[in-house]
Every structure is written in C-alpha cells, then in structure tokens.
Design a protein around this ligand. Structure first.
Ligand SMILES: [Zn+2]
Length: 226
C-alpha cells in the first residue's frame, strides 16, 4: 500500500521538519509547495513568473495555480510508493481538489500538528536565518544564536518572523487552514498530534499514529471485501 500523507499545522509548528523526516524514514518524496514555488521563481519558468507577480503584491497564490502544481507533481513516477505533502492543502477548496486528484487511490492519511499560539509566537520570534547562505536556526533554549555555524555570517530575524507579521500569519491560518480540521476529522485516517512537545516526541507520536492508521485501513478494506 502506498502512503499518501498530508501534514498541516500553523506557521512555526515544525511541519517542514516533520515532513522531511517522514520522507526520509518512509522512503517517499516530500512535496513542499513553498519549495516548488521558490524553485520556479528562481528558474524563471512561466509558473515562477506568475507566482512571483502575485507574491510581490503580497497576495496569496490562487487555489487554481497551486492545485495545478500539485496535480502535475503527483503524476511523476517517484510517488508510486506514496508522498508527504507539506504546505498543501491550505484551504478547504484545495482539500476538495486533492480528494478529486487522488480518487481511486489509497486513502489519504492526514496529520494535524496542534500547537498553542503562545508557543508559536515564541518559537518564531527566536528563529534566525543566515543572511549569506540561508541556513535556518530554530529556537533552542536560551538566547537565539547570532553567527552561522555553516559560513560564519551574521544571523538575522526573517522579515516574516517579526511579531506583527507572525500574528497576521496565524490569523490567516485560523481563517483559511484551520477549517481543514472540520473537513477531515471524521475520517479514520485523520490524527491531531500535540505539537507543543519536542520535535523528537512529535516525530514518535506521528510514526505511531501512521502505523495504527495503516492497520485500521487494512482492517476496514478487509471487512468491506468480506
Ligand atoms: Zn551561513
């Protein structure tokens, strides 16, 4: 059975880290819409130019454009054993489109990372990025680091990690993405994970949840057959 996975949660919940680890441990590609868009902008493709125009205006890339990107990406051969989506779906309309794209395939396994607003603001305001090589540094205990251990350049606060921007990103998340919980919560393949724990503990909880859900799905398939 292929493992079709979605990981979602608010900005700062650590979904990129978790999705990347899941990709490695399960041997499936991590598909990040943020990465795809950044690469397209960098490469100057048609898609990249369209996306850049929209993002430069501070607007969100449309559902239609993002769904098109995902539809294309899920046609590639490397998703035969599954995939982990990170940053998609971001709205209920995108979730509906994803169900449509996956019609007839294995059930989608959905993980929500549930993190308190207070923890998110704290984590994001302690996050730093290297001005030269782009390495990012998470919030460990105490003072955030100031020098890049990779290249020695100064670390800075990412412009979208400033507190007022963080609060706005959380507001947008509540309004546009939080409704995914109601959309998915009645499925046997949905789990909400406590994201206030350490990254290692979150990873362990996600792995356990996925394994339990895989068993549930197989059981349901058997009972519906026999
Ligand atoms: Zn650096």
């Amino acid at each position: 059975m292929a493992l079709s996975l979605v990981v979602f949660g608010p900005p700062g919940a650590g979904k990129g880290t978790q999705a990347s680890q899941l990709g490695h441990s399960r041997g499936i590609p991590q598909i990040s819409t943020g990465d795809i868009l950044r690469e397209a902008v960098h490469a100057g493709t048609d898609l990249g130019r369209q996306a850049k125009t929209i993002m430069d205006k501070g607007e969100l890339v449309s559902d239609e454009l993002i769904v098109g990107i995902i539809r294309e990406r899920l046609r590639r051969d490397d998703v035969e054993q599954g995939f982990v989506l990170d940053g998609f779906p971001r709205t209920v309309a995108q979730a509906v489109a994803l169900d449509e794209i996956l019609t007839g395939g294995d059930p989608l396994v959905i993980i929500e990372l549930n993190v308190s607003d207070r923890a998110l603001v704290q984590r994001l305001s302690a996050r730093r990025v290297c001005g030269r090589c782009g390495a990012t540094y998470g919030a460990s205990d105490g003072e955030p680091p100031s020098i890049c251990s990779n290249c020695g350049a100064d670390l800075v606060l990412r412009s979208d990690d400033r507190k007022e921007v963080v609060l706005e990103r959380l507001r947008v998340y509540q309004e546009q993405t939080q409704p995914l919980v109601a959309f998915y919560q009645d499925r046997v393949t949905f789990r909400s994970i406590d994201g206030d724990q350490s990254p290692d503990a979150v990873q362990t909880a996600i792995d356990a949840a996925i394994d339990i859900m895989a068993v549930t799905v197989v059981r349901e398939e058997r009972s519906s057959v026999g």
